[in-house]
Design a protein around this ligand. Structure first.
Ligand code: GDP
Ligand code: MN
Length: 397
């Protein structure tokens, strides 16, 4: 689950990570009162108004703006809330901004003593370890830094048995060129950040920039946080942070009816039972020259109702040019699934405009094939994996 910057910062602050202070606002009036409150608490007169969407590069797209007084806070909030913000990370039509974060300006106008760093914590799957990636080149596009000046990116691997060691935090501060108070502040920042990452069951923290202020404080100015969905049951309060408006609407709908669906870019919709078979089916589609349009595991109970729901969900994706149903009948019998497909097809009438290839294997597979072949519907049936692949190729060409 991805979070908004303001939510990510809330989690970080809860674990003692210093963050740029801010208050979320849903309209211009709220933005003005937020700014007033921040001025009272921090003494700052300048504020930064930051669009809250699930995408980075907001600064480049005009979603992060500096306000020197309350009038500007109001104007900028008015302008940013409701806009469709286009950044290098959004779809071309942009993302609607529903709220802004009104934050204290921590750069202090005219100040040249600040530095911006990059820092992320993530799981290195190849090594099976968490690592901290960091760079002196903060505030910019880190992919570009990685490409042009890879020697400016450092990594620190963490041994899960002992956790982050103090010498590692010191090495990070050293490599970032810090000394004195800033050095100490950085070691504290890094260890609090790593604790937050572990305790919140996150799978990614990306803090770009981490700021060294002119008075040597180290703080998170931005926060991109991804939490591990499988661990959310341990964090009931984080569940409430989910913003469905930011998520893929088809995935949200599938989740609501208990289907395991992931939207992909291709043209062949898949309906499969079991995650392993779903992966194999996606390979099969690629081999046949297609690209999977989705991952969909209907699970163990592929009855008519469920099959119909799954069809409806797959067909919401306008890119789908064919559907491959690949079901292994173990506990669920193939003839029941076949009946489900036939019933769903009949119920849905004209809404199915694309060819369907059905491959049923396992208990009562032959009866199932007969059922489909005799249904009079435009459904291609197959028993073998390869047969199904050939049919996919045929209908795509
Ligand atoms: P992103 O563009 O989506 O990554 O959003 P960020 O939160 O990283 O903000 C973009 C840029 O705005 C940062 O790299 C900073 O340079 C700048 N910025 C953020 N907060 C402040 C602030 O308090 N004062 C000033 N002057 N600039 C800021
Ligand atoms: Mn950023």
């Amino acid at each position: 689950m991805n979070l908004h910057e303001y939510q990510g910062k809330e989690i970080l602050a809860g674990f003692g990570v210093r963050v740029q202070r801010g208050i979320v606002a849903h309209n211009a009036q709220e933005a003005v009162s937020a700014a007033k409150q921040l001025t009272q608490e921090t003494g700052t007169g300048w504020h930064v108004i930051k669009a809250q969407i699930h995408a980075g590069g907001r600064g480049k797209g005009g979603g992060v703006k500096l306000a020197k007084d309350l009038k500007q806070v109001e104007e900028l909030a008015e302008q940013i809330i409701g806009m469709d913000l286009v950044t290098p990370q959004t779809p071309p039509e942009g993302k609607r901004v529903n709220q802004v974060l009104v934050a204290e300006d921590v750069y202090y106008p005219g100040d040249s003593e600040t530095s911006e760093f990059y820092m992320s914590v993530l799981l290195n799957r190849a090594k099976g370890r968490n690592m901290i990636m960091y760079s002196t080149e903060g505030g910019m596009d880190i992919e570009e830094v990685a490409e042009k000046t890879p020697h400016l990116i450092f990594t620190e691997e963490i041994d899960p048995a002992v956790g982050l060691q103090p010498f590692q935090a010191r090495r990070i501060a050293f490599n970032l060129g810090l000394s004195g108070t800033a050095f100490k502040e950085m070691t504290k920042f890094v260890s609090a950040l790593y604790t937050a990452y572990i305790k919140s069951d996150a799978s990614l923290f990306e803090i770009n920039p981490v700021l060294k202020t002119s008075d040597d404080k180290i703080m998170a100015v931005d926060a991109k946080v991804t939490l591990d969905d499988n661990a959310l049951y341990r964090h009931k309060d984080y569940n409430e942070m989910r913003d469905l408006r930011e998520e893929n609407p088809i995935e949200v709908e599938a989740k609501a009816v208990g289907l395991n669906y992931v939207d992909l870019d291709g043209n062949v919709g898949c309906m499969v039972n079991g995650a392993g078979l779903a992966m194999a089916t996606m390979d099969l589609i690629k081999q046949a020259g297609g690209e999977p349009a989705n991952f969909l595991d209907v699970g163990g109970t592929a009855d008519a109702k469920r099959v119909e729901t799954a069809f409806r969900i797959i067909l919401k994706d306008p890119n789908v040019k064919a559907i491959l149903v690949n079901i292994f009948g173990g506990i669920v019998r193939c003839d029941r699934v076949a009946q489900g497909i036939v019933d769903a097809y009949k119920n849905m009438g004209d809404s199915i405009q694309v060819p369907i290839i059905v491959r049923l294997q396992g208990t009562n597979a032959e009866i199932a094939k007969e059922l489909i072949d005799n249904s009079g519907l435009a459904v291609h049936s197959a028993v073998q994996f390869q047969e199904a692949a050939d049919k996919v190729k045929e209908v795509l060409s």
